[in-house]
Design a protein around this ligand. Sequence first.
Ligand code: SF4
Length: 560
Amino acid sequence: MTTPTDTGTAPPKSASGRVRGPRKGTDLGQWKVSGRAPLNHNEEFKAEENSLDVKQRIIDTYSKTGYASIPTDDVHGRFRWLGLYTQRKQGVAGANTSKLDAESLSDEYFMQRIRLDGGQLSTEQARVVGGISRDFARGTADVSDRQNIQLHWLRIEDVPEMWERLDSVGLTTLEACGDTPRVFLGSPVAGVEKNAILDPSEDLAALREEFVGNPEYVNLPRKFKTAITGSPTLDVVHEINDVSFVGVNHPELGPGYDLWVGGALSVSPRLGERLGAFVSRENVVPVWAGVCGIFRDYGYRKQRTKARLKFLLAEWGPEKFRQVLQDEYLGFELPDGPAPERAVGHSDHVGVHEQVDGKRYVGFALTAGRLSGDALVALADAAEAAGSQRIRLTPHQKVLVLDVPEENVDALVAAMKPWGMDAKPSPFRRSTIACTGIEFCKLAFVETKGLAARVIDDMEQRLADVEIPTPISLHINGCPNSCARIQTADIGLKGQYIGEEYVFQVHLGGGLASPDREEGGLGRTVRGLKITADDLSDYVERVTRTFLRERGPEQSFAEW
Ligand code: SF4
């Protein structure tokens, strides 16, 4: 076997996490322990008012007085509560990022994230978002790996009309970013999947109804991520959310959820842990409120780098966490419950699948999540022509059309192909995802989506002679923040600036629970290996060919 530093080889064994609890006696800014005195500027501006109140100022004032008139705490702080981030100034190199403040890195344009809980989008809504993209966002529209749509190039002057249009079709940007309960990931095939453990649609709707914009949860230490699924494919990346409800069949109590907490990636990755507790459907809302309440009240607020639930879980451990949840927040004990079964089927839902009602759902791969306003409108038109009004986005940057009569499937598939939506994609087109990168993101060192498109094209040509019988996931990130989940890919790439060079650090052998691996595991950094963008296609080809040469019968990349 060759060394991993060059030609690609078996990935190192995965680790479960690198998060440690705090030193004893440190003031961590926990509200229930240290009181509410703000210990940093972020906490100060959050304490001043409900950050969602900035919405009215945008509508009444800033949209009329312009970008230059917006105070820093609003434009670089509270705007995020409405899903608005300043966009990276064009032409500022990645190497400068750590030296420049947000103001110097931003231009006067915004990224707008639209939250789509459960990835749910009607054809009417898709048409409205497509129109907004064309009219205000230079045609941009990306599908994120958290079931959101992200638009770029927005001017503050256009925000009120954009929100009115979204509101008219029941869409919102509320708490799409900020220190809030972010979009609720939900199984994109909820209610239509054959062999589902349960349909979580009503539970997801209850969470959304109860908690989006709820002032009790508007000031959290940092972001709080939720996932819920009843799919045996385990399709909501449940191991990397702050709280996850994963469908299981309890031997006595019937279908319900296994509770996971404390997962998150970024620079100190940690997979979530089971609390061993079974959550019946009527308890989803109180349990969510309890877990998020623990985060709000006990979460660390002093340093933003430590202000995620995973750090508290590392200190407490799952037993104490469950005890506090039951004793202080629920007032009753949760029954023990089973772990999820090993995943069955591919969780990205790409391809044509039969629904419970005999119709079909069709899953399309995009190229690294890139769509456009025109493509969204075309998708809405084609879906309706095929008899559907329901579109879904997945946590794998894919797009589904539900409810298609079998006889209309071929026409739908053919109609979307010219738009880069492929229901039978090549292995790398299917399994490659990329974050926003330097094109728009202030934290990025390198370009990502354009590079992903080039590598996919290269692999389709160079590997046309071989059969790749098992998915090999390639995740390309512009910086260590891991928005595209570096550590849970077969090949994860992290953009960096080292030795006056823009390079990717390589992580190999990570993955989430799937038919190929019983449990998720974090990939390991391949020490000493730095790949430039120019060399990336060569590297991916070498790793793939080495894997195909060395793999045992039926062996997946994860098992290699
Ligand atoms: Fe930006 Fe880094 Fe996230 Fe990519 S991983 S979108 S570069 S913060």
